[in-house]
Design a binder for this molecule. Structure first.
Ligand code: NAP
Ligand code: HSE
Length: 435
């Protein structure tokens, strides 16, 4: 059988998983590719560091990128270095050396997709990136190949495994935030800088990629409104639970009157709905197409082998020539005009959960409901509990659920309520969804 010589750049969590699949399941991969994927070289920074693979053939590891760039036999390279630099420079060097690239680096694509895809096209090379969104879930293949008969109307989902893992550990096992984050890092879910996972940045980068594929918009991920786990506390998780909701970090791309709503927001989702039941490092994406209707994808969104599964599938597609056909036809991140405009975040609509700590005095509730009324926000429910522990002055938590309104109405009302002398400065506001 013919061979396609391949290399791996970056032998961390994902790179090691890719090497394992190539070395341990070569026959299976060859059957699917119609040719052998032959691991020729793996670039590392430190030769003495254990990679956890006992049967790694002698001479495969190198610290010298030129051994990959200058080897004409190597055609396909799995680029599994995170972050922006030197990842960007390495990818350009690989393309210029005539290699087809497979990557899992969403930060790089979300920030430099236009430059990298242009360069690949100019050089007649390809970039495949299934593993960059949703780990093992084949969402990119589905959007770019299986749903091409559709206008996609919305994409909504949980796109960060680390934050979902932390959330479920805290709510179901009573874990402390710091312990849950440390576990996620040890399990190989988190980014090198885990702040990107927990503040909504990683989900925004993935959302920018999906929005480009599904709607053709080129959006700088930094301009996507995003909030992360800092937006709420364990108390909100507990109140949400009592109200029959779970909090999930939801990325939304939704066409409204031909314009696009885009944001990453912690959201109360009604228990029993599919997104509310996604647990641990799993991701899920709900897609609505005008012909296909509702589709739901669920699977491991982070971790070594699920991500390696997507990378190796891309390597097989590239070796078999399939990537070339889709890559050329899609013209991703090209100058193509897009008619769709982004809806400014303050103009998006939703229901809201608000939690305040208020003085337990006559007239406070009417002041607050008066402000909501002034901003034309209708209240759907209010809960005020006795304080858990007596305080001086006496303060009580107040939870308000609203009917649908514009974000700008909700934020103005929230700000006005926070400024009342009877309300503590620290308060919380989250979106609410029945689906
Ligand atoms: P990782 O464990 O930190 O591995 C990255 C590897 O790149 C490390 O082994 C590092 O070397 C190596 N590296 C960094 N700079 C290098 C350089 N200049 N030359 C050679 N090697 C270099 O990260 P990961 O979790 O595997 O993630 C890799 C990429 O996949 C990232 O873009 C990430 O966002 C993406 N991704 C990860 C997951 C996941 O679940 N982990 C899922 C989907 C996508 P050292 O070993 O010497 O430090
Ligand atoms: N750090 C990412 C996550 C890896 O937790 O989802 C998968 O992209």
């Amino acid at each position: 059988m013919e061979k396609t010589h391949v290399a791996i750049v970056g032998m961390g969590t994902v790179g090691t998983g890719v090497a394992r699949l190539l070395l341990d399941h070569g026959d299976r991969l060859a059957r699917h590719a119609g040719r052998v994927l032959w691991l020729e070289k793996s670039l590392v920074r430190d030769l003495s560091k254990s990679r956890g693979i006992d049967d790694l053939p002698e001479g495969i590891l190198t610290t010298d990128l030129s051994e990959i760039l200058e080897n004409p036999d190597i055609q396909v390279v799995a680029h599994l270095v995170g972050g922006i630099e030197p990842a960007r420079t390495i990818m350009l060097q690989l393309l210029e050396a005539g290699k087809d690239v497979v990557t899992a680096n969403k930060a790089l694509l979300a920030q430099h997709g236009s430059e990298l895809f242009d360069r690949a096209r100019e050089l007649g090379r390809t970039i495949a990136f299934e593993a960059s969104v949703g780990g093992g879930i084949p969402i990119i293949a589905n959007i770019t190949q299986c749903f091409t008969a559709n206008q996609i109307l919305s994409l909504r989902g949980i796109l960060n495994g680390t934050s979902n893992y932390i959330l479920t550990q805290m709510s179901e096992k009573g874990a402390e935030y710091a312990d849950a984050l440390l576990n996620a890092q040890q399990l190989g879910y988190a980014e090198a800088d885990p702040a990107m996972d927990v503040d909504g940045s990683d989900a925004a980068q993935k959302l920018a990629i999906l929005a480009h594929l599904a709607f053709g918009v080129q959006v700088n991920w930094k301009e996507i409104y995003r909030r992360g786990l800092e937006a709420f506390t364990l108390e909100d998780i507990q109140y949400a639970d009592k109200l029959d909701y779970r909090i999930r970090l939801i990325a939304t791309a939704q066409l409204i009157d031909d314009n696009l709503e885009l944001h990453v927001s912690p959201t109360l989702i009604r228990k029993g709905r599919p997104l509310a039941e996604v647990r641990g490092a799993y991701n899920a994406i709900s897609v609505v197409g005008d012909a296909v209707g509702d589709m739901f994808f669920h699977g491991q969104g982070a971790g070594q082998m699920p991500t390696a599964s997507a990378v190796v599938a891309d390597m097989i597609d590239t070796a078999a020539g399939r990537t070339d056909i889709t890559f050329r036809r899609l013209e991703l991140w090209s100058d193509r005009q897009c008619e769709i405009e982004l809806i400014p975040y303050p103009r998006t609509r939703g229901r809201y959960y608000m939690r305040f700590l208020v003085a337990d005095e006559p007239g406070v509730l009417s002041e607050i409901t008066g402000i909501l009324g002034k901003h034309k926000i209708s209240i759907s429910s209010i809960i005020q509990h006795e304080p858990k522990e007596p305080t001086e002055p006496r303060k009580v938590p107040l939870i308000i659920m609203t009917h649908e309104c514009e974000e700008i109405q909700a934020s103005r009302a929230h700000l006005a309520i926070e400024q009342l002398a009877s309300v503590d400065e620290k308060s919380y506001r989250l979106r609410v969804s029945e689906n």
